[in-house]
Each structure stands twice: as structure tokens, then as C-alpha cells.
Design a binder for this molecule. Sequence first.
Ligand SMILES: [Cu+2]
Length: 153
Amino acid sequence: MKRILLLISIALMLLPLFSQHCGSCTKGNTSKPAYTAPTDKQVIAAPKKTHWISTNYYITYEWNKKPKIGHFVLLVRAFDKDKKPVTNLDFTADAYMPSMKGAHDTGDVKMQLNRKNQYAVPVHFMMLGDWEIHIKASLNGKMLGSAFIKLDI
Ligand SMILES: [Cu+2]
């Protein structure tokens, strides 16, 4: 009886290892974080398109160059209701591959305001495929809203 219980508990411990199917992931990566796809409303339609992050602020984005494999810079501009540029917000960007969540997520990286009033962050695309950037905006330490950029490189 004791032996059966032991076998069952070993089987239960091993079960999660077999439920992880990720052909191209790093071997031994069993801690894949949960991924929830953003809704269409949360995704910024295209570069230079207006996207409201809260009732009072909207953003636009562009890349320094058309992204492919390599290092690129994501640039975000923020505006208020009167279409005036604002520079008192804080932005972070988290870049990851939705199909390989946890494999090369950058985590929330603070975007730096440059002289052109753009919030900038370097992004390294090391693999072809679908990528997502989750941008989070805050004001005086309080979360305002977030948006997603989707791209296929
Ligand atoms: Cu990947």
C-alpha cells in the first residue's frame, strides 16, 4: 500500500513535466508563465495610429527602422486630450514572443524620454516570428493604462 502511494505521488510530481510541449523552447524550461492574448481594443492598430491609454491620454508609436532580426528602438509619444505632447508620464515596455512566453521576455524596461519628447526603449529581436510589446503607462507612480504592439518579423 505504501509503495502504491509512493508511486502515485511520484507520477503526480512528474505529470507537469510531460504536459509542457514546447518544441523550440529551451530544454528543461518547465516554468512557462501563463499567457493571455490582448484583445483587439488593447492592440495599437499600426505605427503612428492614435491609441487612448486612459480617458485623458493617448499615445502613438513608431520604430527607428522597420524591425527584423537585430536591435531596434521603439519610440512612443504621449498626448493629452487637447493633442498637446506630454512628458510627465512614465512608460515601460515588455517585449516577448507570445508563442514562447517566458523564453525571452525582457520584463518591464523603463522607457527613456529623449530630446524629441519621445519615450524610447531598445528592443532586441533575436528570432523570427510573432512578437508582442506590452507598454504600461503611469502618472506619479499610479498605473494609467496599457497597450500592446503586435508584430511579425
Ligand atoms: Cu523565440
